[in-house]
Design a protein around this ligand. Structure first.
Ligand code: NAP
Length: 517
């Protein structure tokens, strides 16, 4: 790694109301792996300058950054600046490693310090914009102004209205000739906090627990260290991630990052909360942004934006994996939802038949009944057709069933007809609706036991709960089961293989999924 100013420091904001609580939080910060604690003394309910700063700084278990943020810059302090300057000066005298002062008053503060600036403490001069992220030119001008007042470290925090705003912050960080903290606030700015070591950021913030943020969008310390392995991120780290909206509750970052770690890949997988897929792909177009999982609501748009699309993904009309081909930078789209689900169902049938011959698909010539005609329904229907199955579609909205059935050359059923349909021997039933999903766990898309018992294999795309009512009743009827969790696992394995061109560590990935709640 070729960091410009050493490796990126991890700083825990300490926003407690009493000095005693702040002391305890500093110890927690140290034991959780923070390099620095930011003492936000503007959060203290009653602040007595000398005794409080002495207590906080003399017994500090790790380096501290002292910040006394006024209301007009997003902090809690409402008094005059002179008292703040005195407190920051005293913090420097007591040995604080860093103090932070706002650009708007930096000149006055330095004037206040003139002739009595203690050695050792580094001065961070900061600028916050809680509304938006300015243009690259404006950010660069801001850096120059902060440098010009005599900052040791430049800090700029802006609000990310769109994830593409963060790219401008990265650009400025990379070119900055002095140590710089450059972060984008808000949920669309999260990648600025995780990826800053790649772009030479001096410091990033991680909270000790959720709810202790000093600015919007800060991840927890444990996510930064354990999930994203921020200490291992460097200039050459490849970036992967999940594009979608929302992305916050996905298991994918935990899964893919754990696998990257296990196989020793210099790569990180991050959440890309994306409003406009085309803008995202155009903005993050460097080869380092190597591969993406792609979820709602961008699966359909991705088909039109990729330079090449796998033929089955094109028929399905959905791309859930985008790879930036390293040889020519072209975007190639795939759909591992269908490969994941179909391969799991094929193995389910093979298990039933007690043979492992993988050359001919056991779906060839078999009846395959899909419930649902949405995104997952299309994936299963086209995937099964591709393997030579005879496909039927049952759906609440009959017209959608008809439309999909016509596309795959099959029959359409209403849900009522499905209740009375007796399938032929060896048939597969695949639920791709959300009927039975948490919290409606007592619902099922097929309640007739008689109809259900005519299927040899029953698949349910739902993975929350892990075992649905449909699966429970299908088991009672003697069918072999294939779970939505297995589909999720296999689509992720498919993505790993496309990301890395190497086979997925399936046992490890299964273990991680099993352990996750
Ligand atoms: P989607 O495009 O919105 O399609 C939803 C389908 O469910 C439609 O056919 C819809 O019928 C039907 N439906 C919804 N609510 C219904 C109800 N109350 N009664 C009857 N039918 C109903 O959604 P999707 O992306 O295909 O996802 C569907 C399910 O698959 C979700 O549970 C999702 O979690 C799961 N999934 C799992 C994985 C995995 O990896 N395991 C991957 C993708 C999806 P209409 O046409 O009549 O509206």
């Amino acid at each position: 790694m070729a960091e410009k100013f050493g490796s990126t420091l991890l700083c825990a904001p300490v926003v407690e109301k009493t000095v005693e609580e702040m002391v305890a939080e500093m110890s927690a910060a140290r034991s959780q792996g923070a390099d620095v604690a930011e003492l936000r003394i503007d959060h203290l309910a009653a602040f007595e300058m000398r005794p409080d700063l002495e207590l906080l700084i003399k017994n500090r278990p790790l380096p501290v950054l002292v910040t006394y943020r006024p209301k007009w810059e997003g902090g809690q302090y409402e008094g005059d600046d002179r008292k703040r300057f005195e407190a920051l000066h005293l913090a420097m005298e007591l040995g604080a490693e860093y103090v932070d002062v706002e650009l708007k008053v930096a000149r006055e503060f330095l004037h206040f310090l003139s002739g009595k600036r203690p050695e050792g403490a580094k001065l961070i001069v900061s600028s916050h914009n809680y509304q938006f992220t300015p243009s690259t030119e404006e950010l660069s001008t801001l850096v120059a102004r902060i440098q010009a007042v005599g900052a040791d470290i430049v800090k700029i925090a802006t609000f990310a209205v769109d994830i593409c705003d963060v790219a401008r912050m990265f650009q400025v960080l990379v070119h900055c000739q002095v140590p710089m903290i450059g972060l984008c606030m808000g949920e669309r700015g999260v990648i600025s906090r995780i990826l800053c070591p790649k772009f030479g950021g001096y410091l990033t913030f991680g909270t000790l627990s959720a709810g202790k943020e000093s600015a919007p969008g800060q991840p927890t310390m444990s996510d930064l260290l354990d999930v994203y392995r921020i200490k291992q991120i460097g200039v050459d780290t490849k970036v992967y991630g999940l594009i979608g909206k929302p992305v916050g509750h996905s298991k994918s970052p935990k899964l893919h990052n754990a696998v990257f770690k296990a196989v020793g890949l210099n790569a990180v997988y991050v959440p890309f909360l994306t409003d406009n897929l085309a803008n995202f792909l155009n903005t993050y177009s460097s080869p380092d942004f190597t591969g993406f999982s792609n979820t709602m609501p961008h699966k359909e748009t991705a088909v039109t934006l990729c330079h090449e699309v796998d033929p089955v993904a094109k028929s399905i009309g959905a791309v859930n994996t985008i790879i930036r081909r390293q040889t020519d930078g072209k975007l190639v789209g795939y759909n591992t939802d269908y490969t994941g689900a179909i391969s799991a169902i094929e193995d389910g049938i093979r298990g039933l038949q007690g043979h492992k011959d993988g050359t001919v698909s056991p779906l060839a010539g078999r009846l395959f009944v899909v419930i649902g005609a949405g995104g997952a329904g299309r994936a299963l229907a086209f995937g099964a057709k591709y393997k030579g199955a005879r496909v039927m579609i049952a759906n609440r909205t009959y017209d959608r069933a008809r439309e999909l059935a016509d596309l795959v050359g099959g029959q359409a059923l209403s849900l009522t007809e499905l209740e009375n349909f007796h399938a032929e021997e060896g048939a597969v039933l695949a639920n791709t609706t959300s009927i039975g999903m948490n919290p409606n766990i007592h619902d099922t898309p097929l309640s007739s036991k008689q109809a259900l018992s005519s299927y040899a294999v029953v698949f349910d795309a739902i993975y929350n709960p892990k075992v649905t009512r449909l699966m429970r009743e299908a088991r009672e009827c003697g069918a072999a089961l294939v779970s939505g969790e297995e589909m999720f696992l296999r689509q992720a394995m498919g993505q790993f293989e496309l990301f890395t061109n190497s086979s997925a560590p399936s046992d490890l990935m299964r273990e991680i999924i099993m352990k996750s709640t």
